[in-house]
Structures are given as C-alpha cells and as structure tokens.
Design a protein around this ligand. Structure first.
Ligand code: V1D
Ligand code: CA
Length: 443
C-alpha cells in the first residue's frame, strides 16, 4: 500500500517507563513515557489504534534465548545477586558491566518484548500495515548473554514471529551502534537480511565491518555501513536510499523491522552523529514508502528530551500527519526548555565522513547486493516449504490459516507470486528449495 494512508497500531504498557537502571547509567526507560505523553499531547492517538501490550512469557522468550539465561533473569534481584556471582559473570550482568541488575529487571524485559511480539502478530494477521513499539529495539542481547543495556532481544523474537508467515524479513537499524545481536542471530540465513548503519572504529560493540556480509546460506545477506563522527542528514540520505532501493529490488522482503535508535541524533549523550529529526525520520518515511508491513521499534537514545521528540515526530510521519513545531503542553513540558520546539538544529561541526569515503561504501554495498541476484541459492520466487512444521508450533487457529495462505502464495507481500507485479519464478514443482537452516529458525 505505498504512498496511501497505512493502518498504524501502537503498542504501549504504562509501567515500562518506571524502571530504573541506576543514577549514573545513561539508559533511562522514562524516555518512553515522555515520548508517549508527547504523542498523546499532539493528538496522534486519534489516528492510530492504541493497544496495551502483554508481558512476554518465558516460553515466548525461549524461541531465541536459552532457558538457563531466562531463568537467571527471572530470579536475580538487587537483594539476592550475591548468590549468583558465577552466573552474573557468565551472562554479562552486574555492577561492573553495561547491564546492571535493577529492581524489576525481568518484568521490564517482559514488557518491552511483549509489545514487539504483539506488533509482529498484528502484522502477521494483516490487521495493520505498521506496528509501533518505542520501548523495543534492544538489538545487542545474545542468546545467553546481556550486552550494551540489552537483556532480551525483542527484535530477534519479533523477526522469528514474522518468519512464521513471511518468507523473507528485512531488518534495518539506524541506531548509532551496530545491531550485532540481530546480525549474529541471522548471520547464516538468507531469510533475514540485516542492514545496519553505525559508527565504526573505537566504538561499542566493535562489530559491523563492511566486509562482514554473512556466512553459509546467509553470505551477502548482512549489510553493514561503517561510518564515522559528524554524519549529516544529506550524507546519511545519500547512503540510506540507494542501498535501500537495491535491497528492496534484490531481496523483496515480505515484512520489515525498523530499529529507530535515537542515539544517531545530534546532541546525543553517547552518540557522535549530527542528524536532525528530519534526517533521522527520512529513513522512516522512505521505508514506509515501500508499502511493506513494517514493525517500527525504538532502541538507544540518551538525551532523553530528544528521544521523545524523535519518536513522537516519527509516529506522525507514519501517520502522514504534520505536527506544529510548538511542543504542546504535557506532563513533561519543562524537559523541552528553553525553546519548547519539536525540531532540532544540527551542530556546526565537521562531517568526518567524506564524499569519497561515502562513495566507496556505497559502491561496495551495491556490488555486494548485485551479487545476490541470480545466485543459485537465492530462489527469490519461493516460499519456504516447511511452513507445515512452523504451523505446528503456532498458537492460534487463524495464524494457521494465514500460514497456509502464504504457502499457497495467496497472501499479500508475503513472498508468494501474488504480491509481485513484476512476476517471479518458482522452482519446477512450485515448492521451492529446502534450506538447511530453517529447522533452526522454527525454534
Ligand atoms: F557511559 C556509561 C555509563 C554507565 C554505564 C555504561 C556507560 C556506557 C557508555 N557506553 N557504556 C557504553 C557502551 N559500552 C562500552 C563497553 C564498556 N567497556 C568495557 C566497553 O563501551 C555500551 C553502549 C550501549 C549502546 C546501546 C544501544 O544504544 O545500542 C541500544 N540500543 O538499543 C538499546 C540500547
Ligand atoms: Ca545501527
């Protein structure tokens, strides 16, 4: 449904903003509550369906995470952590790491994860075109390890949910940090393409080199854009759009997950890019313009007044609604002093990403993506043959019906022949090739 109004579902749980990582920790869940209040005060709730999301269960989390890690997160508290020192080291949690044990930690992970899963299920059912969860997007968490303020990887879990219905899912990550946890989870599969733009070089997490392109069946399906300090709106757009165009041409995803980490904005406490809200949101607008079902998530963002501005503005972009620059009165109005304006002015500083370096990155990535077309294993017209297996594990009857429709190629934007106006080949028996990694994806 390109360019016309799309149905937006918004997922929020009012307690999610009440968790506290600690006084000197830069991650402030309160920013999600601030964004929510700004969204409400702009009246955007009138143009979308607003849902209170469910807390994810341990069983839902176990589609990606190990049971011993989930059990540990569910048990450890600031009062009992002394009894868990071995496991704390093993799972990279505690005072001397980026991932402290704080009051309600497990409930916090349940809330942000449940909202992403609810969004994915809503998209899978075809009940909306865009689903939004600003509390999600915790892209660094690994199967059995916390990392970079992230404990449970709601993105991987949401992608696994989308893969029950869609043959191919595109993951886009505009957080200033590399989306390493998501890349790693899908590094060996061609059913998920990961596309991350990030600061690279002496910066957390240290991964995301341009030559890290995937392995085995997934070779070529990890797309990394290593950048440096001072990134401007114009330079960002000049890399984002051509790479996106090529990805959409060669990969043709049935669904997209867009991580909108706001630490790539100008003035971020941890980031070093110089993007305005308009430059950041242009990625959201452009992604939406392809009309593919999309799950929009939050992520990093450490100058919290700007995080709230950013996600409120991006909600308006998803709703094709113009917002006045004057911040409306709301519970957190004083945070927006001294100008009480929505938009940000980038700083007057040098962009260390030169024309030449950007041109070189663009050429390398377009070459990588061109290499995917016609490669023997790509099989772009196929729908995975083992939805039968995946269907067994789905929870609800109507999801089973959808999976069957997808397999038969009748669904919209699902990778079936019906959603490709340009026409797409199938294998001779119409079923497509079996991929070894799919059992692992079915979880
Ligand atoms: F500045 C801090 C103060 C207290 C605690 C942590 C930090 C901090 C800042 N930057 N931690 C970092 C990064 N970690 C390191 C490692 C610690 N050293 C041994 C190396 O540099 C982690 C940055 C995490 C960024 C998270 C994210 O923005 O990508 C995100 N996305 O979704 C949710 C979070
Ligand atoms: Ca990124």
């Amino acid at each position: 449904m390109p360019e016309s109004k799309q149905r937006v579902s918004y997922f929020y749980q009012p307690d999610v903003g009440h968790f506290y990582y600690g006084p000197s920790h830069p991650m402030k869940p309160h920013r999600i509550k601030m964004a929510h209040h700004l969204i409400l005060s702009y009246g955007l709730y009138r143009k979308m369906e607003v849902y209170r999301s469910h807390p994810a269960s341990p069983a839902e989390m176990s589609a990606f995470h190990s049971e011993d890690y989930i059990n540990f997160l569910a048990k450890v508290t600031p009062d009992n952590l002394r009894g868990y020192s071995n496991q704390m080291q093993k799972f990279n949690v505690g005072e001397y790491t980026d991932c402290p044990v704080f009051d309600g930690l497990y409930e916090f992970t349940q809330l942000y994860t449940g909202a992403s899963l609810d969004g994915a299920v809503k998209l899978n059912r075809g009940d909306c075109d865009v689903a939004v969860n600003w509390s999600g997007g915790l892209h660094h968490a690994k199967k059995s390890e916390a990392s970079g303020f992230c404990y449970i990887n709601d993105i991987v879990l949401a992608i696994l949910e989308l893969l029950k219905v869609h043959a191919r899912v595109l993951y886009i990550d505009i957080d200033v940090h590399h989306g390493d946890g998501v890349e790693e989870a899908f590094y060996c599969t061609d059913r998920v393409m990961t596309f991350s733009l990030h600061k690279y070089g002496d910066f957390f997490p240290g991964t995301g080199h341009i030559k890290d392109t995937g392995a085995k069946e997934g070779t070529g399906y990890s797309v990394n854009v290593p950048l440096t300090s001072g990134m401007t709106d114009d330079a960002y757009e000049k890399i984002f759009k051509p790479v996106m165009d090529k990805i959409m041409e060669v990969f043709r995803p049935g669904a997209i997950v867009l991580q909108c980490g706001a630490d790539s904005l100008t003035g971020d406490r941890l980031g070093c890019f110089n993007l305005s809200l308009k430059g950041h949101a242009e990625c959201v607008r452009y992604t939406k313009s392809f009309g593919v079902p999309t799950l929009v998530l939050g992520g990093g963002g450490y100058t919290i007044r700007n995080v709230a501005r950013c996600w409120a503005y991006e909600t308006s972009v998803l709703l094709d609604t113009k917002l006045p620059d004057e911040i409306p009165y709301n519970d957190y109005y004083e945070y927006y002093a001294p100008d009480f304006k929505l938009h940000l002015t980038p700083e007057q500083r040098e962009n260390l990403n030169t024309e030449a370096s950007m041109e070189s990155v663009r050429i390398d990535l377009l070459t990588q993506l061109s290499g995917l077309r016609g490669a023997p294993s790509v099989g772009m017209g196929e729908v995975p043959p083992d939805f039968e297996t995946i269907r067994e594990s789905t929870r609800e009857n109507d999801e089973r019906t959808e999976a069957r429709e997808v397999r038969d190629g009748d669904g919209e934007n699902d990778g079936g022949s019906g959603d490709d106006v340009r026409g797409r080949g199938r294998t001779k028996d119409g079923k497509g090739e079996r991929k070894d990694h799919e059992a692992e994806l079915a979880g």
